[in-house]
Design a protein around this ligand. Structure first.
Ligand SMILES: Cc1cc2nc3c(=O)[nH]c(=O)nc-3n(C[C@H](O)[C@H](O)[C@H](O)COP(=O)(O)O)c2cc1C
Length: 391
């Protein structure tokens, strides 16, 4: 065979190895998935999603890159669908238990019953990247769903006319793991009957507006400022160190009256996160779990100047601008962010957990990671409220 121009991983994920979860294993997965669901509507002003109702729908397991993914969905009393997955490191030796559980969930009001024209009910989450040639990166995407037409037997993921994954429909459900958004190509999900006749096709192509934050390409300044949103759900991949260093370096260009460089950034590691969670739980029971929402947490503080209240105020302002630059730069790189001011940062135990001295004041905990859901755009007041032209 001659060399090909377009090469991407094909059939990179193992086919399903198990029946859909049942019994004690289903209970274990259920606890993980419901915990992820509980983390969704946790924000101050999120929509009321209602309570989960009915049974969890499980989708076939797929294993890629050493992790097994089991997607799930469940309805709520307010007619939302909560969807996501539980992933874990499968046991490699006999008698060993699965470990390293991770779960994530999101919500949507777009449900199949309200969309009678749908032929496939699809969910997707990016679970990693595949670095191709010339700096191109494919989004390795978990796609799961249900055929809404009869006789569906096999589902194929196709990228630029190349089948890259397929899954037999199991109890009316399927799961795929395939490279997406690669060299401007997007996945098509095609449903076939058992004779190979195509019954339905759905594209995962996102329109330009959705794409703006993606691809890690930098967007123009005004677009970045307007489209940055506070996100509360993240993928599991931490932001890499090189990107964080870029963001902190960007932040140092915040205006700063006496060039005091007052800002300090602390990237939490597993032990500091555990200490902070412990301090949070001791302060407000259960509040530690909220610190698990994002894969990367950055505590931002500034070095105070108690001897000079004017400098202190100016440095507080500068450090706030620096924190915003981290969020804005992250957004311009396709990452999601959230500036949170948890109460634990205001108590000595919380500050001690992060090694923050008496001379520093915490401004917040920046949450960073891969975006998981579209965000509502909170309204801003008009210029009639916020601007005055003085004589
Ligand atoms: C200093 C600061 C502290 C914040 N702290 C919290 C917080 O503790 N909890 C929260 O839900 N949002 C917090 N936010 C995020 C705001 O709620 C969010 O910016 C606001 O709703 C506007 O949404 P947008 O960021 O998508 O434009 C904070 C924002 C700032 C600037």
């Amino acid at each position: 065979m001659p060399p090909v121009d377009r090469f991407v991983p094909r059939f990179a994920a193992e086919p399903p190895q198990e029946l859909l979860p049942y019994g004690r294993w289903a209970d274990r997965l259920k606890a993980e998935f419901l915990a992820a669901c509980a983390r969704i509507d946790d924000g101050d002003d999120d929509e009321d999603l209602g309570e989960t109702t009915g049974e969890i729908s499980w989708y076939p397991d797929r294993t890629w890159n050493g992790r097994t993914y089991i997607p799930a969905s469940i309805r709520t009393t307010e007619n939302y669908e909560l969807y996501g997955y539980v992933s874990y490191l499968p046991a490699t030796e006999k008698g060993e238990e699965p470990s390293g559980f991770f779960s994530t969930a999101d919500y949507t009001a777009e449900i199949a019953e309200a969309n009678p024209d749908w032929q496939l009910d699809l969910c997707e989450e990016v679970i990693g990247g595949w670095r191709g040639e010339e700096g191109n990166v494919a989004a390795m995407t978990l796609v799961w769903g249900r055929p809404l037409v009869d006789r569906g037997a096999v589902v194929v993921a196709e990228l630029a006319d190349l089948p890259v994954d397929q899954c037999v429909v199991q109890e009316g459900r399927f799961t795929l793991i395939a490279p997406d958004a690669y060299r401007k190509d997007y996945l098509d999900i095609r449903l076939f009957d058992d004779r190979g006749t195509e019954l339905a096709c759905e594209s995962l192509y996102e329109d330009d507006e959705d794409e703006e934050g993606g691809g890690r390409g930098l967007m123009d300044l005004e677009t970045a400022v307007r489209t940055r949103r506070t996100h509360k759900a993240y993928g599991e991949t931490p932001v890499d160190r090189a990107t964080l260093e870029e963001l902190f370096e960007l932040a140092t260009w915040a205006p700063n009256h006496h060039l005091t460089n007052p800002w300090r950034f602390r990237v939490l590691g597993p032990r500091s996160l555990a200490r902070l969670k412990q301090a949070a739980d001791a302060q407000i029971a259960g509040s530690g779990a909220k610190l698990d929402r994002a894969p990367t947490l950055v505590a931002v503080s500034y070095v105070t100047s108690p001897q000079d209240p004017v400098v202190d105020e100016e440095d507080l302002c500068s450090a706030a601008v620096a924190a915003y630059l981290v969020l804005l730069g992250a957004h311009a790189r396709g990452l999601a962010g959230y500036w949170r001011t948890p109460a634990v940062l205001r108590i000595p135990q919380g500050r001690a957990a992060l090694g923050m001295g008496e001379d520093e004041r915490a401004l917040g905990l920046l949450h960073l990671g891969e975006p998981r859901q579209e965000q509502r755009v909170p309204e801003r007041a008009g210029l009639d409220v916020v601007a005055r032209w003085l004589d």
